[in-house]
Every structure is written in structure tokens, then in C-alpha cells.
Design a binder for this molecule. Structure first.
Ligand SMILES: *Cc1c(COP(=O)(O)O)cnc(C)c1O
Length: 397
């Protein structure tokens, strides 16, 4: 089908939650994508930080094909070999000791909220309160839009989950004031993604850890976007030398095959017992095999370090652009997660970049977000930034 035919069928039969789009992507390889009319693009969004290894990475494709020919699905009524391999790999490379698998980020955060509530309930001291940050994003289920500190995602879906309160991000005094004895969980992104690529001040996450320690509240990091190498370390919490009690993963975990995970310490894992939580597809053979292959590539010696070095190049070039374009307010981020805040709504800039063959996206109304695959080349980085330079110049920004 060509783009027009695809658009016509979409408009006839798909619920319009995503609005109109310019093209249909039908093929990908590495950092390159092709649309239904044969046009090539450089991908600086990676399907929203999903295809961190680039499109159709040979090792992931091979694992998917092998598993698809062996066993696609079996229920969690049986042990699942690829799932336990994945749990082992994730445990060896993070603070977490035990894992629950699901299908995406919202579900992983649901599991985090549920295990925290049940953890306290099981101890006979219920602490149902959950504190999250303003401008956060944690998903689209009812519990996770409640946890998401942005009214635009909640409007019309009330009543929301009781017990959730919000604090300004990067504000330790506000968090301290919010940590009443009823609060059993603090849920934060180490860098806010959808909310505008906001990086907290050095020491903030450490301060959060200490405040949680004072009241005993569990700390969960939502690493759905920042995890799996995106910020130049395997997990973003590593930059700050602090570990949470719970971590959620999804986007990059299967390099495009849907899978989510909630990992936690041994102590917190006691919050769930047989029967207390489940997901039919959670950690099934196909998605787990894709995630094992993804983790194997991500943890090859030097892989994440190379992504960090490319991030340095990207940020060096973006900061140079900020010095010459008056409408760039700030360049923020870490590794290969970059936000370029502008003084104007950024839709025209993103649209002009697309016309120039570069795919990227927004993070809120005023921020252009670059999330290239971690395998992006230095030449691709230079090309994307020089194209942005030209586009901003043409817009008079
Ligand atoms: C994308 C995202 C989610 C939601 O993930 P889904 O797979 O869309 O449910 C949750 N938290 C963060 C930080 C995200 O970026």
C-alpha cells in the first residue's frame, strides 16, 4: 500500500487517538527508515527511545526468528526459559534482585504501585500514599495517569486513583514536606522525558534517597525512557550513585518487541505472593528472547560507553547551536537523550526537520527531542545537527 491508501484505511477504522500523521514507515535498518512511498529518513527518535540498538539489529532479529520457530507463547503456569535468562541478566546488571514482567511502561509502573501498596499492607501498616512529580509521565492506565503529574493526561478520566500527591521536580524541600507517614512510595523519573527532558540538579536523586530513608518510604525510579543505555549508562540512576528500591523498564527492553519489567530488591519483592499479580503475556518466550538479545548487545564491553561518547559529541554540537540561535532557550539531557527548549512552539521546526529527512519528536510544546538509536554514527549526528542549524535559520529562530 502507498501512504495515501494506508491513511484512508486508518481514517476509516482506527480510533483517532494519534491524530493525523505525515507518513507511514514500512522498513528500517540501523538508524535509517523508509516510508511507504520509498523515501529515506535518518531516525533521531528511535520509536520514542524503543529501538536503542537501531532498527532490525541482526542479533535481535535472529533471536526473534529462532524463538518464533521454537515457541512463541506459553503461559506463566509454566517456567519460561527466556524469561528466567532475562531476569538473571537484568539482575546481574542492576541493583534489582527480582523481576516481574509485563507488556509496557504503564503496566510496569502499575506493578510498582501495586507492589508498594501490598508491601505495606502485608506488614500490617498500610501506607497507600504515592508521591510523584509535576511534569512527570508514567503511562496511560488510570493509576499511571494519576501518577503522571500533568493535568492534560487526566482531564475527563476522573475520578482518579486516591492517595496520589505531587511535588515540584528537583525540589527536595517540597518532597520532605510531602513525605507524611502514609506515603509508602515515591515514584520519579531520573530525568523527566515526556515532561520536557528535565535533568535534576546534581545531588537531587541522592537527596531523594536520603529523605525516603528517613520515613521508610519506598523509592521507585521510572527508567522506562532513561534506561537501557539511553543516558550513557545502562541505567540513569548509575550517574548519581544511588539505587532505588524499585525500577521500571519497558521502551528499549525488547528493541521494539513489546515488553515491560518491574525490578526490585529482595525485601520489596515480598510484597507480591502467588496470585497477587499477573500478566498473561508477561515475559513470554518471544518478547523475553528479544529482550535477552537486546541486553546481551547493550552489555557488550564498551557499547554503552560508545553511546556516551556519541552523546558528548551531540551535546557539544547542540550547545554550539544554542549560542548562535536566539530562539534556543536551553539544551538539556544526557547521553543520547536531548531536549532543545525553544522560545516558540516547536511543531514547525519538527515538521521542517521531517521535510529535510530527519525524524525527531517533541517533549511538551516547546522542546525538540532527539533520541537517536545508540548505534547512530558520528556522521549522522553531525548531519542531524547541521540540518537543525539550517532549519532554525530558515525559520528565523
Ligand atoms: C513511555 C513512558 C511510559 C509509558 O510506557 P508505555 O509502554 O507507553 O505504557 C512510562 N514512563 C515513562 C518515563 C515513559 O517515557
Amino acid at each position: 500500500m502507498n501512504t495515501e491508501q494506508i491513511k484512508a484505511l486508518n481514517d476509516a477504522h482506527v480510533i483517532n487517538t494519534y491524530g493525523a500523521r505525515k507518513m507511514a514507515i514500512v522498513r528500517g535498518e540501523g538508524a535509517r527508515l523508509w516510508d511507504a512511498d520509498g523515501r529515506e529518513y535518518l531516525d533521531f527518535f528511535a520509536g520514542i527511545a524503543v529501538c536503542n540498538l537501531g532498527h532490525c539489529h541482526p542479533k535481535v532479529t535472529e533471536a526473534i526468528c529462532r524463538q518464533a520457530a521454537t515457541l512463541v507463547h506459553v503461559s506463566n503456569l509454566y517456567y519460561i526459559e527466556p524469561q528466567v535468562r532475562l531476569a538473571d541478566l537484568l539482575s546481574r546488571h542492576s541493583f534489582a534482585e527480582r523481576w516481574f514482567f509485563c507488556n509496557g511502561g504503564a503496566e510496569a509502573n502499575e506493578a510498582a504501585i501495586k507492589i508498594a501498596r501490598r508491601f505495606w499492607a502485608e506488614q500490617g501498616t498500610p501506607r497507600p500514599g504515592v508521591v510523584t512529580a509535576l511534569h512527570s509521565f508514567h503511562g496511560r492506565t488510570l493509576a499511571t495517569i494519576t501518577a503522571t503529574g500533568q493535568p492534560k493526561y487526566q482531564k475527563g478520566f476522573e475520578p482518579l486513583l486516591p492517595g496520589v500527591t505531587y511535588v515540584p521536580y528537583d525540589d527536595l524541600a517540597a518532597l520532605e514536606a510531602a513525605l507524611t507517614p502514609e506515603v509508602g512510595l515515591v515514584l520519579l523519573e531520573p530525568i523527566q522525558g515526556e515532561g520536557g527532558v528535565r535533568v535534576p540538579a546534581p545531588g537531587y536523586l541522592r537527596g531523594v534517597r536520603e529523605l525516603c530513608g528517613k520515613t521508610g518510604a519506598l523509592l521507585a525510579f521510572d527508567e522506562v525512557q532513561t534506561g537501557l543505555g539511553r543516558t550513557g549508562t545502562l541505567f540513569a540512576y548509575e550517574h548519581d550513585g544511588v539505587t532505588p528500591d524499585i525500577m521500571t523498564l519497558a521502551k528499549g527492553l525488547g528493541n521494539g518487541v513489546p515488553i515491560g519489567a518491574m525490578g526490585c530488591t529482595e525485601r520489596v519483592s515480598a510484597g507480591f505472593a502467588p496470585g497477587s499479580h499477573a500478566a498473561t503475556f508477561g515475559g513470554n518466550p518471544l518478547s523475553s528472547a528479544a529482550a535477552v538479545a537486546t541486553m546481551e548487545v547493550l552489555t557488550e564491553p564498551g557499547f554503552v560507553e560508545a553511546a556516551a561518547a556519541k552523546g558528548e559529541r551531540l551535546f557539544g554540537a547542540l550547545r554550539a547551536l544554542a549560542a548562535k540561535h536566539p530562539k534556543i532557550v536551553e539544551v538539556r539531557g544526557r547521553g543520547l537523550m536531548a531536549g532543545i527548549e525553544c522560545a516558540e512552539a516547536v511543531t514547525p521546526a519538527i515538521s521542517a526537520l521531517l521535510d529535510a529527512g530527519i525524524i525527531c519528536g517533541p517533549a511538551g510544546p516547546n522542546v525538540i527531542r532527539f533520541l537517536p538509536p545508540l548505534i547512530v554514527s558520528e556522521g549522522d549526528i553531525d548531519h542531524a545537527v547541521s540540518t537543525l542549524d539550517r532549519v532554525l535559520g530558515e525559520l528565523g529562530w
